[in-house]
Design a protein around this ligand. Structure first.
Ligand SMILES: [Zn+2]
Length: 338
């Protein structure tokens, strides 16, 4: 039995074979007065080889990764795997059931809850279980995200760089193999409670990815993510070779990127599409006055060259709402020097 705070699991994570089970935890409210919170887990343990921990549903309204993990669970048996997969398709299970970004039980954002705490409510307790018991079992972690209900991302992998040059290089090699159309490069956030940083602190190789968004399932993004995952598993030696990807395009979403942010309440008309290459001065959006017909509130232009990498879903905006993110491209040879 593995225990972290009120979370416990009797799943055998370590013996050869294929099995499913739960991490269960206690939480007391109207819904869970005589129930447990259940987080589903799958283990496929084959011959000798590395362990890959795959997680999705960190945010409950992001679907492509959840489906990829269900698909992988159907796809593999221990006899065709050199190594072990540990799969959690609904990491923040209450948020997944609620079709929401954060948990309805404690408003916890899973990707702000690491390394977890036994007294932090269900979300922090699940994060703590993963940090204490599953990251240490993993050679590589892959965490699947999508834009969620509010945004859409270019299909991309996330490469978070810290102070460990060896780990940075290893994660860069995995990002190249993963071969998503884009790879977003950013610094490790030392205080944000994200999964990336928790894995980095344990010197564990880690990739996150963003596949699609808008709170719906995209077949195209699913297929990109599935093929990328299979390439990564082949690179790590768990399965037979897969076809190579096109080279990924690296973009900087750190200090050299910029959110294009609404300055007025209004209705936004976008003049660019997700994935467009824009140059400085390009007209990005017009914001119309919702209450005074015929009045334009604002015109927004790009202040730099870059890729429209993230785009807002709903065109009704308030001051402070981001319309899109413009991120400059990085030559592949400069990624670790950026
Ligand atoms: Zn997410």
């Amino acid at each position: 039995m593995l225990i972290f705070g009120s979370a416990r699991s009797s799943v055998d994570f370590d013996s050869p074979g294929k099995r499913t089970g739960m991490i269960t935890l206690e939480h007391s409210d109207n819904q869970f007065a005589f129930s447990s919170v259940c987080v589903p887990v799958g283990v496929i343990c084959g011959g000798p080889g590395p362990t890959v921990l795959l997680t999705a549903g960190s945010h409950g309204d992001e679907y492509e990764g959840q489906v990829i993990l269900h698909h992988l669970m159907q796809m593999f048996e221990p006899e065709n795997l050199s190594g072990r997969l540990i799969l959690l398709p609904a990491l923040n299970a209450p948020a997944v059931r609620d079709r929401s970004r954060v948990s309805p039980l404690d408003q916890g954002n899973m990707n702000r809850s690491f390394p977890g705490s036994a007294g932090a409510g269900p979300t922090g307790t699940i994060a703590g279980f993963v940090d204490a018991h599953l990251i240490p079992r993993a050679d590589v972690v892959v965490d699947f995200h999508s834009g969620g209900t509010a945004t859409q991302y270019v299909d991309c992998c996330f490469l978070c760089l810290g102070s460990d040059a060896v780990l940075n290089q290893a994660n860069l090699e995995m990002a190249k193999v993963f071969g998503a159309p884009f790879t977003m490069v950013c610094p490790i956030n030392g205080t944000g409670g994200d999964f990336d940083t928790a894995a980095y602190h344990q010197q564990t190789r880690f990739l996150a990815c963003e596949l699609g968004g808008l709170g719906r399932f995209s077949k195209r993004s699913f297929e990109i993510g599935l093929q990328a995952t299979l390439r990564l598993l082949a690179y790590l030696g768990l399965i037979a070779d897969q076809t190579d990807a096109q080279p990924t395009r690296f973009i900087d979403i750190g200090d050299r990127s910029v959110h294009v942010t609404a300055r007025h309440h209004g209705l936004a008309q976008f003049h660019v599409r997700l994935g467009d290459v824009v140059t400085k001065g390009v007209h990005l959006a017009t914001v119309y006055d919702l209450h005074n017909f015929g009045i334009i509130q604002d015109e927004l232009y790009s202040d730099r060259d870059g890729i429209v990498a993230i785009k807002r879903r709903n065109p009704v905006v308030d001051p402070g709402d981001h319309l899109c993110l413009v991120a400059p491209e990085i030559p592949a040879g400069d990624v670790l020097g950026s």
